[in-house]
Ligand binder design. Structure first.
Ligand code: ADP
Length: 265
């Protein structure tokens, strides 16, 4: 028989306009197109820092060993090497998340302990960032334990706090906390009073490599994979990511976990 066809919307952007095309494709065609798109993105993301590094190597080779500019060039190369390192590390994280079984409910993680660790790491990051320091504040929440993969949940929350610090100016306030949801689940949130995000971007933010501002995100050390990782972690725990933001009004990113993952202590 005929493979099932799905209707997809393709968005083409240009000169402030958006064109939507609706196409019928099979699931296989869609998966293949997404894979190609992903490989193209990864190649592009790696090529840019690699070009910079090779360029500086060529320049360094023409310089005298005692030339004073050497140090500056080496520092710039170091930054680009770090960019490639973060990218590879996030790619590995994503592929591990996709390939490994859903975490069981064997290990209980204390919400307070996890978040206070995330907050102190974010404070340290905010001190070294060019755009820092920020006020990273831990908010109190009810005593509760979460069943899940400790490292994954920690990295999801670190990504959110890291984003709040990297995408807001010095002095911005970042609140990190948790509360019970009405259904008995738990909401872990990171709220900032930064520039916020326009509504049109919100549905696409958790896509791999989607950024509101490409060059700015790279400047701040982002790989464009952070929110994709957060979404994977949330979904693997039966939960979801909620993004609330408006231009000029700050942003709140939440990981919402279902009641089956939450134990009141
Ligand atoms: P990146 O490495 O670029 O931060 P992410 O997947 O973590 O990649 O985030 C995607 C995009 O979402 C960012 O490039 C940025 O445009 C936007 N974003 C994420 N968090 C915030 C925030 N707290 N405030 C404003 N914009 C944000």
């Amino acid at each position: 028989g005929h493979p099932q066809r799905i209707s997809i919307n393709l968005y083409l952007y240009g000169k402030g306009r958006r064109l939507m095309l609706t196409r019928e494709v099979t699931a296989l065609e869609l998966a293949e197109a997404m894979r190609r798109d992903f490989v193209a993105n990864v190649s592009h993301e790696i090529r840019t820092p690699l070009t910079v590094v090779s360029g500086f190597i060529e320049t360094l080779l023409t310089l005298d060993l005692s030339a004073p500019e050497r140090r500056q060039y080496l520092e710039l190369m170091g930054t680009q090497a770090q960019r490639m390192q973060s990218l590879v590390s996030d790619l590995l994280t994503l592929s591990r998340l996709e390939g490994s079984p859903v975490p069981g409910v064997g290990e209980w993680i204390d919400a307070q302990a996890m978040l206070s660790q995330v907050v102190s790491e974010a404070q340290a990051l905010s001190e070294v960032l060019g755009s820092g320091p920020h006020q990273v504040l831990a908010q109190d929440g009810p005593a509760l334990q979460i069943a899940g993969a400790r490292q994954e949940l920690h990295s999801a929350m670190s990504n959110l706090v890291g984003n709040a610090v990297r995408h807001t100016p010095a002095g911005a306030q970042v609140r990190v906390g948790w509360r019970l949801a009405s259904d008995g689940g738990a909401v872990f949130y990171v709220s900032d009073d930064g520039p916020g995000i326009e509504a049109e971007h919100l549905p696409r933010l958790t896509e791999r490599f989607y950024r509101v501002d490409r060059s700015r995100s790279r400047e701040t050390g982002g790989t464009g994979l952070g929110l994709a990782i957060v979404k994977h972690v949330a979904q693997r725990h039966g939960g979801q990511v909620l993004i609330e933001s408006a231009s000029g009004q700050g942003s709140t990113f939440s990981v919402i976990l279902p009641p089956s993952r939450v134990l009141l202590s």
